[in-house]
Design a protein around this ligand. Structure first.
Ligand code: ADP
Length: 538
């Protein structure tokens, strides 16, 4: 028997309409490319999103067309999230740090018809344009007066494009499970894979995410997570749902620029990956600044280290919420919220819990399995392949013939984890990064986090390389605060007090910087390749 409630055909545009209705004057603050601060509000963003949707329709674009953005976190990107998806097309967010070959592959694979492009990224497209098979038009994110000379054909400024759009545009009804947005995984090996989110999955995800993250209406959110990657963790949807003031950094991701925004705009909630916070914390340390207004910082994308957690807590009095997820999960899977029990714990006990990736948000089911697919116990000891299931987790990759899940609907995350009795999940490592040595496993993440506890070490990366006797052994790459090398024994002594002796790296190599991928994650693949003979040739 079916329920008698209304048959709901969701459209994300309803979110920006809601914000217009209930939070019309709440500010959206963007740092523009020039460095200037731009201010708008939900009323204006909604009206301009309507104008964009109507301009697209007038221009002949239809439901299901894939229209791409090569854009920064600014108010215009927010308008596109609603304007493009709301008229029934698919918002495909492109990452400007992609390798050119990958960008060409992704744009052709998605069959993008328009690319909405930020001024500084025009040269990227000029270099690729002859290889782009489906792109008909480039809309440049600027005023008419700012339009530059370009070798791109069929270009128009965004402001001119939306100028005659209908302010009273009515959003169409969409079919059930209509596609809303497209994002490709980084594809560190092989071709990137597309994840096609639906209106329904994005709305489910956003409602659960803001409940799980206990976002308040009055929170002022610094959206550091890029809108070109996994829909900025859902903030562009749950921010307007709740009525949050959004602060967007544009190109300004350096410590000084982020600090200024936080301080001047009264940011109390920040979302980002550890690499960005490293820069902000370093800036504060060097300039004796404290993040006075910030109440919560939500950190995910890579593992949070004890050193970072302590600095946020002890120096800035900021509550750190560790979170975990992935592109295929829209992205949120787990969050680690403060609990009543934590209030009476000493700091070490509390930190030990906060470093875990957290408990599943409602809607996400987790389990771990062994190499043969057998379920493992959630006892905090066993670890294995982390499997997930839920309404905002992908069923199959874009244009793939086969499902990406098993017959019971479980998706293999590629992470190795444990789950304890209270439901806290801990990532041991990516399956491909775990170091298999003499039949045992070493977590590269744990070793890296131990190393960054050293006062002279800014960043560390550990990879396993072939070893004639032990199969694989860890080697560690280190970037120091000063840029100078340290005594290797000094680092090994420091690590000895934190990890088992057989975990100690066989080699420590000092680098000026570590390779990061397009989304801020360490690129271990290249280092592993480059140093694969290091211990064999020894
Ligand atoms: P990509 O496109 O590179 O796959 P994702 O953002 O989808 O980027 O990456 C997801 C992966 O990032 C997860 O499977 C996990 O390995 C890692 N990750 C995300 N959050 C955390 C975290 N809090 N701790 C450790 N690893 C994390």
């Amino acid at each position: 028997m079916k329920g008698d409630m209304q048959r709901w055909k969701p459209n994300v545009a309803s979110i920006i309409e809601h914000a217009k209705e209930l939070h019309p004057t709440t500010e959206i603050v963007s740092r523009m490319i020039s460095g200037e601060i731009h201010r708008t509000n939900y009323d204006e963003v909604c009206v301009r999103a309507r104008k964009l949707a109507s301009a697209l329709e007038k221009d002949g674009y239809k439901k299901g067309d894939v229209l791409a953005t090569l854009a920064l976190n600014t108010y215009r990107h927010l308008e596109m999230y609603f304007g493009i998806s709301g008229m029934g097309a698919v918002t495909h967010t492109l990452n400007f740090r992609l390798h050119p070959e990958q960008a060409v592959y992704i744009i052709n694979h998605a069959e993008d018809k328009i690319i909405f492009c930020e001024l500084p990224f025009i040269p990227i497209l000029e270099a690729l344009k002859d290889q782009l098979k489906t792109v008909e038009k480039y809309v440049i994110l600027c005023d008419e007066s700012e339009m530059p000379e370009s070798t791109l054909e069929n270009t128009i400024s965004y402001e001119e494009y939306i100028k005659d759009g209908d302010e009273d545009y009515k959003w169409p009804a969409l079919e059930d499970d209509a596609a809303c947005a497209l994002c490709y995984t980084s594809g560190t090996t092989g071709n990137p894979k597309g994840v096609l989110y639906s209106h329904k999955s994005n709305i489910y995800h956003a409602t659960s995410a803001y409940a799980a993250l206990t976002i308040d209406k009055d929170d002022c959110i610094l959206m550091v997570v890029p809108m070109f990657h996994v829909l900025a963790w859902g903030i562009p949807y749950f921010g307007p749902m709740t009525g949050n003031k959004l602060v967007m950094p544009g190109m300004g991701m350096e410590g000084d620029s982020l600090y200024e925004l936080i301080d001047k705009e009264g940011v109390n909630s920040t979302f980002g990956v550890p690499t960005v916070w490293m820069q902000l914390l370093a800036y504060c340390r060097e300039n004796n600044k404290v993040l006075d207004s910030v109440k919560n910082t939500i950190i995910g994308g890579s593992a949070l280290s004890l050193a970072m957690l302590k600095e946020f807590d002890e120096v800035h009095d900021v509550n750190v919420i560790h979170a975990w997820g992935m592109t295929e999960m829209s992205p949120l899977g787990t969050t680690n919220l403060p609990t009543k029990e934590m209030e009476t714990m000493n700091k070490d006990e509390k930190y030990a819990i906060q470093l875990k990736q957290g408990r599943p948000v409602f809607g996400v089911e987790l389990k771990i399995t062994d190499d043969n697919g057998n379920d493992l116990p959630s006892d905090g000891e066993a670890y294995g392949h982390l499997m997930v299931r839920g309404p905002w987790i992908l069923q199959k990759y874009f244009k793939a013939e086969n499902d990406a899940v098993d017959e019971e609907g479980w998706f293999d995350t590629g992470d190795i984890s444990s789950i304890d009795k209270e439901g806290y999940m801990t990532i041991v490592d990516r399956a491909k990064d775990v170091i298999k040595t003499g039949g045992e496993w070493i977590s590269s993440i744990d070793l890296e986090n131990a190393a960054v506890g050293h006062p002279e070490i800014a960043e560390a990366c550990v990879v396993g390389v072939p070893h004639p006797k032990w199969d694989e052994r860890p080697i560690m790459f280190v970037v120091t605060n000063s840029g100078d090398k340290l005594e290797k024994d000094n680092i090994l002594d420091f690590l000895s007090s934190k990890v088992a002796k057989w975990w100690l790296p066989d080699e420590i190599i000092f680098l000026k910087e570590l390779p990061h991928g397009a989304t801020g994650k360490l690129l271990k693949f290249d280092l592993r390749e480059e140093y694969k003979n290091l211990l064999i040739d020894k």
